[in-house]
Design a protein around this ligand. Structure first.
Ligand SMILES: Nc1ncnc2c1ncn2[C@@H]1O[C@H](COP(=O)(O)OP(=O)(O)O)[C@@H](O)[C@H]1O
Ligand SMILES: [Mg+2]
Length: 251
């Protein structure tokens, strides 16, 4: 049974068709990326999973049960860091735990040791505006991951980072994922990132998004910092090709 299953999802927003007959599945402990051009409907797909949007057609199953009848299983990192500017970093990080009913003092005690891992040691009492973009994104990722939900939904978590910080955070996520094995859905438009981190990759067409390809990544982990296998290099090329070929030209 899949941890997550989307079946024939159709979605329109303000009369614009956004998702067209999208079906996908994610196994328990699997790392799946959704790759697609900007504006195709990737964030909307995640917003369906957190029930911020309702599909017009199709159904979503979580552990075999309809989404609307399942207990909340998702930790969600929205595309923009969405930190609350009036809350100190530590109080931003515990937000998800507070929502789960953990008392603030207990939640702070739980997250404090993680600040070093996230490269935010000493910034617990700072406000978001006092941090760089990369640091804010790490704080947002931390807020998502400390919730320790069985499923992590990450919407372009490294999008705003400079190349070096991005590589560093990808390595960090790879290590953490290998240890924790959360069921993970990563939305990205970065081919290299998808190949580095995923077990499988779904490729979406431009809007209205349909699934135009699905690939499994052959390489063993850890992958980051190592040379890709010839198969993975070919996969990167195939992914780029799929993304760059207008759908109408496909034979
Ligand atoms: N509330 C809304 N009303 C109308 N159109 C929307 C709304 N939200 C998003 N869209 C449109 O839906 C499309 C998909 O958006 P989104 O899921 O954010 O794409 P992506 O994350 O792939 O860049 C975009 O063209 C966007 O303009
Ligand atoms: Mg998006």
């Amino acid at each position: 049974m899949s941890a997550l299953e989307l079946s024939h999802i159709g979605l329109s927003l303000g009369g614009t068709p956004v998702l067209d007959d999208v079906s996908m599945h994610v196994a328990s402990g699997e790392f799946v990326s959704i790759l697609g051009p900007s504006g195709c409907g990737k964030s909307s797909l995640l917003r369906l999973l957190i029930r911020a949007l309702q599909p017009d057609r199709g159904e979503i199953l979580v552990g075999g049960a309809l989404l609307e009848e399942s207990p909340p299983a998702f930790a969600f990192m929205p595309q923009r860091d969405a930190l609350m500017p009036w809350r100190r970093i530590i109080d931003n990080v515990i937000l998800g735990l507070e929502v789960q009913g953990v008392r603030p003092a207990a939640a702070r005690a739980r997250v404090r040791p993680l600040f070093a891992t996230f490269g935010l040691d000493g910034f617990e009492q700072h406000y978001p505006a006092q941090l760089s973009g990369g640091m804010r994104q790490r704080a947002a990722l931390m807020r998502t991951i400390v919730q320790d939900r069985p499923v992590q939904l990450l919407d372009e978590p490294f999008g705003a980072l400079d190349a070096l910080t991005r590589t560093e955070m990808q390595r960090w996520l790879e290590r953490r994922w290998q240890h924790a094995r959360w069921t993970t859905v990563l939305v990205t438009h970065d081919v290299r990132e998808a190949v580095a981190l995923s077990d499988r990759i779904y490729v979406l067409s431009p809007r209205p998004a349909r699934i135009i390809a699905e690939f499994a990544v052959p390489d063993r982990r850890p992958r980051l910092g190592r040379t890709l296998s010839p198969e993975a290099v070919r996969l990167e090329a195939a992914l780029l090709d799929t993304l760059l070929t207008p759908t109408g030209d496909r034979s």
